[in-house]
Design a protein around this ligand. Structure first.
Ligand SMILES: [Zn+2]
Length: 288
């Protein structure tokens, strides 16, 4: 299986390809059932994005990046792992800001926060090696967006960011891979091999998001990646269930239901998860 940072060699960052982002062991991948197929987009992607100017905190140059317009795309659902799904628009493509001059990249939420020591690390380990591709089309393709995420993940490792930032990049990357897969599932042609590969990459990033957020929960103060503690526990419970870590899932579910915090809709979803956990326990009891 390719590493989280594979594909960086063509960008001059091959030395980072095999770096473990949390420096811990990988668990085995697993196959999950395919998400529902989304309807054909009826809008042009350019309707939902615009060019905004940013200042790079690593090299001080100004550049423009395509970002999502607020309030324009219509939200049609939220996935189990909090991924917002918009009608005809894969919003995750436009989450990463990438400086075309020095190669520093991060999710918009984190981009501006760079300490002088971190900027130095970026210049030494990213800027001096990276060979950037040009993004000249009016939109980013899925492949281009994936490349931008990989650079952002490499930068987060190089600048020694907190687990929560790396976890958040991994989570959003899993969302992007799902968007790509769902898009391909609506297209004609023989895409089965690519779809399978996207699914296994999605599983790998999601598992890394889970591990990173679990670590962040024990070592960082909320808000974590913009989430209050109940929302983070909700996300972790969902990821734990999806990754079949039932004991952790069960503990998180109990904690959320016993807490007075958290919105009622989120609690309803947690009750559904609790029922699913009970079903699994019952079926395990029967087979024993
Ligand atoms: Zn820069």
């Amino acid at each position: 299986m390719a590493g989280l940072l594979s594909g960086l060699e063509s960008l001059g960052l091959g030395n980072l390809e095999n770096v473990g982002i949390y420096d811990k062991e990988k668990k085995e991948e697993k196959v999950r059932e395919k998400a529902k197929v989304r309807k054909e987009p009826v809008f042009s992607e350019t309707d939902f994005i615009y060019d905004k100017t940013f200042r790079c905190p690593a090299c001080e140059s100004s550049f423009t990046s395509k970002i999502m317009k607020t309030g324009k795309a219509k939200l049609i659902r939220t996935d189990f792992d909090l991924r917002p799904v918009y009608e005809g628009f894969a919003a995750e493509k436009y989450d990463v800001l990438l400086c075309p001059k020095c190669g520093y990249a991060a999710l918009g939420r984190y981009f501006s926060f760079l300490l002088p020591a971190q900027a130095k690390l970026i210049r030494e380990k990213i800027t001096s090696n990276i060979v950037l591709t040009k993004y000249e089309d009016p939109t980013y393709s899925f492949e281009q967006a994936l490349e931008r995420y990989k650079i952002a993940l490499a930068c987060s490792v190089v600048k020694r960011s907190k687990s929560s930032e790396k976890a958040y990049v991994c989570l959003r990357m899993a969302w992007l891979l799902r968007s790509y897969r769902e898009y391909l599932e609506t297209q004609d042609g023989d895409n089965e091999e690519l779809i399978e590969s996207l699914q296994s990459q999605e599983d790998e990033y999601e598992e890394n998001a889970y591990r990173g957020f679990l670590d962040a929960r024990g070592t960082e103060d909320p808000p974590i990646a913009g989430m209050d503690s109940t929302t983070l526990d909700y996300l972790l419970a969902q990821l734990a269930f999806s990754l079949e870590d039932y004991p952790t899932c069960s503990r998180l579910v109990a904690g959320i239901l016993n807490s007075s915090a958290g919105n009622p809709r989120l609690k309803d979803k947690i009750r559904t998860l609790k029922d699913q956990l009970s079903e699994i326990r019952n079926s395990e009891d029967k087979t024993e």
